[in-house]
Design a protein around this ligand. Structure first.
Ligand code: MRU
Length: 339
């Protein structure tokens, strides 16, 4: 099941706001439509955003009426700036944009640019699936029979083009015959864990229990979590990692209880330009996401709300990163980029 695809001159994506009630796809015909889909969280998750960004440029190139190379490049740059303003934290979105723009600039004429951007967008999507499979293979050995594995938010098929990162590790361990069970935190305010992770895993027949975000400490104190595996939106050079709000609390709790805390992510999520997590831009989303719960006001009028979408887990709380290039401790991150 592909989360996002380029079909002709349209980007077709699963509308994740409709899950788990309805599995519906929406068609985006312009970078603007892709940008709105990203802002509305119809498509989300760091690796999926890389594909969405590149495909938005592919659709722009395919539909453009530009007659010269320069005109088309300017149009693509404009579309890129629009996509770049949607969500700031996941570095993958900017990697996807940069790759598509670089492909465009390497072409000699309008037709060449169209072909180059389309083939780069398709390559990003294909690579993502292959990388996730490899992450799964590398991480599966860390999970043992009988493990209760906690995950936060959705780092599954829906957060990528297919298969997932954290859920890729869980899927690979399950396929290898390991009898594991998953605990999915519901992930307030948008419920990616309850709506998306639980949906994906139950479709695959992998046992999953949803808990409220506040239940994690209680479960760990009861000995009911053996490992934590989550995804990441941006990892700084020193191993500090941004992921869905609440991840930091889970990591601190895991350390207190001696539970391994793993981050499964492609190496493209590592932003070597940033020395520490303090430099990672953290998206703040609309207060209405917290004020209203499925249309019902749950916060009194006039009360202030703070709604950051991500937090940063310092490297010292991370046992290891599970990447397509292997499993590495935070201090060894730079090593996998050499050679
Ligand atoms: O706000 P979201 O739903 O885009 O946040 C997603 C996450 O935090 C994921 O854990 C992360 O992108 C990794 S996805 C493989």
């Amino acid at each position: 099941m592909r989360t996002i695809e380029l079909r002709g001159n349209e980007v077709v994506l699963i509308d994740q706001t409709q899950l788990p009630q309805r599995l519906v796809r929406v068609r985006c015909r312009s970078a603007e439509e892709v940008a709105v889909a990203i802002e509305e969280m119809k498509i989300r998750g760091a690796p999926a955003l890389a594909a969405a960004a590149a495909m938005a440029l592919a659709v722009t190139a395919l539909r453009s009426r530009a007659r010269t190379r320069g005109e088309l490049l300017r149009e693509l740059e404009r579309a890129g700036r629009r996509i770049g303003r949607t969500r700031p934290t996941a570095v993958n979105l900017f990697v996807g944009l940069e790759r598509a723009l670089r492909a465009a600039r390497s072409a000699a004429d309008v037709e060449g640019i169209r072909k180059a951007v389309v083939s780069e967008a398709e390559a990003i999507a294909e690579e993502d699936v292959a990388v996730n499979r490899k992450i799964g293979e590398n991480g599966a050995v860390l999970l043992e029979d009988g493990d209760l594995v906690l995950t936060h938010c959705n780092a599954g098929s829906l957060a990528t083009v297919d298969y997932g990162t954290a859920l890729g590790v869980i899927r690979a361990a399950w396929s290898a015959g390991r009898k594991i069970e998953v605990i999915a935190t519901e992930t307030r305010p948008l419920l990616q864990g309850a709506r998306l992770t639980a949906w994906e895993l139950s479709r695959d027949g992998i046992p999953v229990t949803v808990v409220t975000d506040g239940t994690v400490g209680y479960l760990m104190a009861q000995g009911k979590v053996d490992k934590v595996v989550v995804g990441a939106d941006r990892i700084a050079a020193n191993g500090d990692a941004a992921n869905k709000i609440g991840t930091y609390s889970i990591a601190v709790l895991a350390k207190e209880h001696g539970i391994p805390f793993y981050i499964a992510a492609p190496t493209s999520t590592v932003d070597l330009k940033l020395r520490t997590g303090a430099e990672i831009p953290i998206e703040e989303r609309r207060p209405e996401e917290v004020i209203f719960f499925r249309g019902v006001r749950v916060v009194p009028k006039g009360v202030k709300v703070f709604n950051p979408a991500f937090d940063v887990t310092p490297a010292r709380f991370i046992t290891a990163f599970i990447t397509e290039r292997g499993v590495v401790r935070p201090g060894e991150l730079a090593k996998i980029f050499k050679g």
